[in-house]
Design a protein around this ligand. Sequence first.
Ligand SMILES: *Cc1c(COP(=O)(O)O)cnc(C)c1O
Length: 474
Amino acid sequence: MTPEQDYHMSPEEFRQWGYKTIDWIVKYWENIENLPVLSQVEPGDIRAKLPENAPQTGESFEEILQDLDRIIVPGLTNWQSPNFFAFFPGAISGPAILGDLISGGVAIQGMLWITSPACTELETHVLDWLVDMLGLPEQFKSSGTGGGVIHDTASSACLAALVAAREQANADINKLVAYISTQAHSSIEKGIKIAGLRRENVRFIEVDRNYAMKPDVLEQCIAADLKAGLIPCYLAATVGTTSSNAIDPLAALGAIAQKYNIWLHVDAAMCGTAALCPEFRWIHQGMEFADSYCFNPHKWMLTNFDCTCFWVKDRTKLTQALSIVPEYLKNQATESGKVIDYRDWQIPLGRRFRSLKLWFVIRHYGVEGLQHYVRKHVALAQEFAEWVKSHPSFELFVNPPLNLVCFRYKGDDKANQTILDTINASGKVYFTGTKLDGKLILRMAIAQAKTDKANVELAWQLICEVAESLAVTV
Ligand SMILES: *Cc1c(COP(=O)(O)O)cnc(C)c1O
């Protein structure tokens, strides 16, 4: 009798390679400042290093790990570098990674309460904690009519909110109108497209000097739509726009949403984390008007992607919009009405145990530890803004409310593009631009877990050097 061949990694091998994998990660971090922040490879370079076909027989884990350095690392844009200031960051931490590892290890499916009660109850509980941690209104707590859930991304949260709004309106979809500012994130427009509203029924509301939505323009727009026989349905406000960190005036917008029975969704993907600190909670003023709210711990709250926290004021509106119960998912716990089945709160059925990493982060840092990093990043950004203001060749484009600095070299777009391209090609620092009022603007988003003053100083020094060389060549 020949024993069946076992291809699996043995428990001992798993332990051994598990330790080695953690060692690899730590080494990667230790070396990260020596790597170019922006990957320097050309299109196709990575694939060219990969074999044409998949291996017929399994390979040793040692070989697999070795190929990380050879093939993968050169093709990484190193988001965890303290010199990463591009887009919005994806700040991480040890406890979050370990929480995610355990999520992978227990590998449960949290689609229903019964498929792992701990997955559902920890998630509900941690999201209730966060309501208090961020000073959000009680309406979002699970003890009342509301509750929170973890989604993969703000894009999904925004879409789920929109589907609930669409169902609440209960009207001809061709007549439904959605309102966003000209500065809203592209994912919201994408959500509107997916939810099936007509493209011509999206209103891009004009913004003020600080790039925040103008409530009076919104109300005029709603009035015109009503007059035309259309049905205002969904308003998405942003707390911290991606281009410039503009904060839409929630109180004024919320009063309008309430008056016309429009669903108000608040997207605070990046900036929501700031509300951990009482002194920054003004950004959420008027939140009591919101039907739904989301922010991304995977941007600024040291929790690995993916983790978007999403709350609704009335959970039945969300579940009624998204619930379909096939025979094979029926169970007593669901029928008792005593449990949450999170599959009804999201677009997919299956779901990972994401609350573990969030729980680990909150427990490891405590509120105090998390506040420390928010304050540090905001202070660094404010300092950077001062350097910009006092330099004769640069101008600050908007006063940074928090940790995103928008500025510009006093020259044309071409000069500003040269500054970006030269620095990013050097690999020393990575930052990105945006367009505001038709002009190219440079953006420094200061929120990486390991970013210190020296990193911000290095960025500013490089920017000044390139600007000086431009002045010489002009
Ligand atoms: C980053 C961002 C998003 C999109 O985030 P995902 O979680 O990747 O979908 C949406 N809105 C704002 C304001 C953002 O900054």
